[in-house]
Design a protein around this ligand. Structure first.
Ligand code: HEM
Length: 508
């Protein structure tokens, strides 16, 4: 049975060739016939390129793919331009297939490639990976691309679907917070969920390749909820945690200030006890707070009489948030926060009064782990984009990959991605078997290694893509996205801004 849409006709190549004029302009791309007569006035690449003698009325497949991403053909406006197909021929090229593995070499961690073996992953991990990929492709991917650009935060519909699968809870890693929850339709039992499941989850999330939206999907919870889980009172946890894990309420970590960032003891926000000793009165500011614009709860680092104390503040009188513009998308909800005589019950203190530094440090290992997962997977995406580009792009009469200098860069990128992934898997195995305290040194070293590799790979990718590596749309858009914010590293063909990505920063 033919799946061809009824409005599409069949043509021979000779018939298409007759339509090669400015007022009657057809082309063939991958056995599909497009009428570009109306597009020509709006084509971002201009008219003259469409009238070239090897484009107008011709098979422009190669010319098209050397300049456009496949997604251009998937847009509704482009689909309307298709008038038919070439008789006796079928299309061979397709875009992303939901849930599928990439066929580009090195685009997937090698435990997912059929020819490789791994001592770390069980059959359950493999089933879990398939289900998570399908979920992310179906539920998050398209919205992420649109909202990264518009700056809107992730929709409540996405949060709800994530909650239904218990994604929010799983993203916090193994632990008691999973108890009694049905994880991704029951694919893994809460007590069997381990750090490899978490690694898979984090890496599959990184594939959406939208930094702001990615952080908008509750990065605040990843760093804000652990202090509540580990140091909050039973009453506080029972009242607040379920709504957070169910995606109904949002929490963030509010430590950094305009005055001090990593110098936590230099913070100026104060919390002073009320005369009756029942409340904290908080005054001060916080800056660069991920998810702050939409959070309901703020885990706030304050200067107190005894030193540094962490307090959970609920959105209310005296607390105001406003968005601040950053290198990445406003989808992340990055905020500047002001506290003016904000009154908080003393029962909202997390951990000991004056013991805030311990509360903060206690989650660093896990944060490092998350960053290592994301950094290793993002490098692989860059490798995939580069491999696709050097294959389809021709320069000096041959594909880019025929140039030795390009092959050398690709080899270096691939080696870096492999080294980060394999060290990560080894550490993940240790995490499944070591105490939390024992894990810290290895994780800190891996984070340093992985983020440096990511910077080198971003720099090489910009060189492979040339001007497209600094262009927000088109072929190099993911490379620009990944490298924007990085400080210039010589020798570069063009100046570019370098990147400060939470998952790629160099702090140990
Ligand atoms: C279905 C047919 C086509 C559609 C819908 C289309 C659409 C587009 C779009 C959306 C862009 C902007 C890409 C971006 O930066 O995001 C673009 C750019 C461009 N297009 Fe097309 N195009 C088509 C066919 C062609 C063909 C056959 C050629 C001939 C070689 C061509 C040449 C170009 C050029 C030179 C650019 C500028 C590329 C750049 O800035 O790097 N287009 N086109």
């Amino acid at each position: 049975m033919s799946l061809q849409s009824p409005h599409l006709k069949e043509f021979t190549r000779d018939e298409v060739a007759e339509h090669c004029r400015i007022d009657d302009l057809w082309i063939i791309i991958d056995a599909k016939v497009y009428d570009l007569t109306k597009l020509k006035a709006f084509h971002p690449g201009g008219l003259s390129v469409l009238l070239d003698e090897d484009v107008a009325g011709c098979d422009a497949t190669e010319a098209f793919y050397s300049l456009h991403r496949h997604e251009v053909l998937e847009k509704t406006q482009t689909k309307k331009l298709q008038i038919g197909t070439i008789r006796g021929e079928t299309s061979k090229l397709h875009g992303r297939i939901s849930g599928a593995l990439s066929l580009v070499p090195y685009a997937e961690p090698n435990w997912l490639a059929p020819e490789y073996h791994s001592a770390y992953y069980s059959e359950n991990h493999r089933q879990f990976q398939k289900a998570v990929r399908r979920f992310i492709d179906d539920v998050l991917y398209d919205e992420a691309q649109v909202r990264e650009e518009s700056g809107e935060r992730p929709s409540q519909a996405v949060f709800d679907k994530m909650a239904e699968a218990n994604m929010h809870a799983m993203r916090l890693g193994p632990g008691k917070h999973l108890a009694g929850r049905k994880l991704l339709n029951g694919i893994v039992k809460p007590e069997e969920f381990d750090y490899f499941h978490e690694l898979i989850l984090m890496q599959e999330f990184s594939r959406i390749s939208t930094r702001g939206y990615g952080d908008g999907v509750v990065a605040g919870m990843l760093i804000g909820a652990p202090p509540l889980i580990n140091f909050g009172s039973a009453e506080l946890k029972a009242r607040i945690l379920p709504d957070i894990l169910d995606g109904k309420k949002f929490i963030c970590l509010a430590i950094t200030e305009a005055h001090a960032g990593s110098d936590v003891m230099g913070l100026k926000t104060t919390a002073v006890k009320s005369d009756d000793g029942e409340h904290w009165i908080i005054n001060g500011t916080k800056k660069w707070i991920t998810n702050g614009t939409f959070a309901d709860y703020f885990v706030v680092g304050c200067k107190t009489e005894d030193g540094f104390t962490v307090i959970l503040v609920e959105r209310g009188d005296g607390l105001n948030t406003r968005p601040i513009k950053t290198t990445y998308s406003a989808s992340a909800g990055t905020a500047y926060i002001t506290f003016e005589d904000v009154q908080v019950p003393v029962g909202n203190t997390l951990g000991e009064e004056g013991g805030g530094i311990f509360v903060m440090l206690s989650n660093f290992n896990h944060e490092r782990f998350i960053m290592c997962c994301s950094s290793a997977r993002t490098q692989r995406l860059v490798v995939e984009e580069c491999l696709k580009w050097v294959t389809q792009r021709e320069a000096f009469g041959k594909p880019l990959h025929a140039q030795a200098v390009i092959r050398s860069k690709l080899a270096a990128m691939i080696s870096r991605a492999e080294s980060c992934q394999h060290w990560l898997e080894n550490i993940t195995y240790q995490m499944c078997n070591m105490s939390y305290k024992q894990q810290s040194r290895q994780l800190a070293l891996l984070k340093s290694h992985s983020t440096r590799c990511a910077q080198d790979t971003a720099r090489d990718a910009v060189q492979v893509f040339g001007g497209r590596g600094v262009t927000k749309t088109g072929m190099g858009k993911f490379i620009e996205h990944d490298s924007s914010g990085l400080p210039s590293l010589p020798p570069l063909p063009l100046p570019f801004h370098l990147y400060k990505r939470s998952s790629l920063c160099l702090v140990l």
